[in-house]
Design a protein around this ligand. Structure first.
Ligand SMILES: NC(=O)c1ccc[n+]([C@@H]2O[C@H](COP(=O)([O-])OP(=O)(O)OC[C@H]3O[C@@H](n4cnc5c(N)ncnc54)[C@H](OP(=O)(O)O)[C@@H]3O)[C@@H](O)[C@H]2O)c1
Length: 293
């Protein structure tokens, strides 16, 4: 799949923005050259399915389905049993108003279903022509390896992409546990929370206690000594590049092995314009690596 270097996060649609504002962000993303949209059947609780519905209505209105790569997920509600996967894929297709999902993720693996059942169910969705590629998110490393080995051994559709929690203030879990698996199996990586819920846009200041976003509390949890060091480095690099802080944060991820398209969302076209990837130098990357170590 040929995808743009920023995957548009879809959990905002029907949550922090309404249908009309969602259409404006989606239009702006495509106008900027974007083609890769990430959603899930549970976005956004408690209004499950609203994000897929809005994306489906927008694609129908614009007639642009064939130009897009659509990723959605199953399993954060109801788990990764064959029954749940095989029924929910149809519900996602209906809401998205399409006949195939380009990338279908296991959203969350809590370990209650045998790996083999899940892998065979995803393989079935591919053989049925409903899914083109399968992928994993929030699957524990050991179960991810077992899934990949099983699929390779049995000639089943295997996870080709990984969607990990990875950004400048969340490095250790991914770099220690998942990066070696990515290298071994040649996975493509689309990190989520690329902006750490807005923290890495630089809009929160030390001492802030809240903000106008439901994400503010989560974002502000990163405001410690290391977080402030990362923000200072982002500000320096952004100044040198003449770019927005958020764009630098997204682009740092793109420099990491295996990373193809970091996922971030935007509430407005103005926010979106500031998260599009830019070129960084090796010195920029080193400065950010050191500040976030
Ligand atoms: N696989 C998983 O388990 C999982 C988990 C979480 C997310 N995801 C995926 O990853 C995507 C990205 O995560 P996320 O959307 O939750 O968080 P994020 O990308 O880390 O943060 C995005 C938020 O930051 C704020 N923002 C963006 N650009 C900005 C700018 N230029 N200036 C100021 N603020 C800006 C906006 O929120 P405010 O304006 O409200 O502050 C925006 O919604 C999701 O949409 C979803 O598709 C997957």
């Amino acid at each position: 799949m040929d995808v743009y270097g920023l995957c548009l996060g879809g959990n905002v649609f029907g949550w922090t923005i309404d249908r009309e504002q969602s259409f404006a962000v989606l239009d702006a993303y495509v106008e900027a050259g974007g083609n890769f949209i990430d959603t899930a059947d549970t976005y956004m609780r408690p209004n499950q399915g609203i994000s897929e519905t809005i994306i489906g209505e927008w694609m129908a209105a614009r007639g642009n389905r064939d130009q897009l790569v659509i990723a959605t997920k199953v399993g954060s509600d109801g788990g990764l049993s064959a029954e749940n996967i095989l029924s929910r894929v149809d519900a996602s297709l209906r809401r998205l108003q399409t006949d195939r999902i380009d990338l279908y993720y296991a959203h969350k693996d809590v370990g209650d279903v045998p790996v083999e059942e899940t892998v065979r169910a995803f393989d079935q969705t591919v053989r049925d022509g409903k899914v083109l590629h399968v992928a994993a998110s929030n699957v524990p490393p050991e179960r991810l390896v077992r899934s990949l080995e099983l699929a390779e051994r049995e000639g089943l559709a295997r996870y080709e992409w990984l969607q990990p929690h990875y950004n400048l203030v969340e490095r250790e879990g991914y770099e220690r546990d998942y990066a070696p698996i990515v290298e071994r199996f040649g996975l493509q990586v689309a990190p989520y929370y690329a902006l750490a819920s807005g923290f890495l846009t630089g809009k929160y200041q030390p001492g802030d206690t809240g903000g106008d976003s439901p994400r503010a509390e989560r974002a502000l949890s990163y405001m410690d000594e290391r977080g402030e060091r990362v923000l200072a480095a982002l500000n320096d690099v952004a100044a040198v590049r003449g770019a927005a802080v958020a764009a630098v944060a997204v682009s740092w991820l793109l420099a990491k092995p295996g990373v193809v398209s970091p996922i971030a969302s935007a509430r407005t076209p103005e926010q979106l314009a500031q998260i599009l990837p830019i070129e960084l130098s090796d010195d920029d990357i080193t400065r950010l690596d050191e500040a976030s170590a």
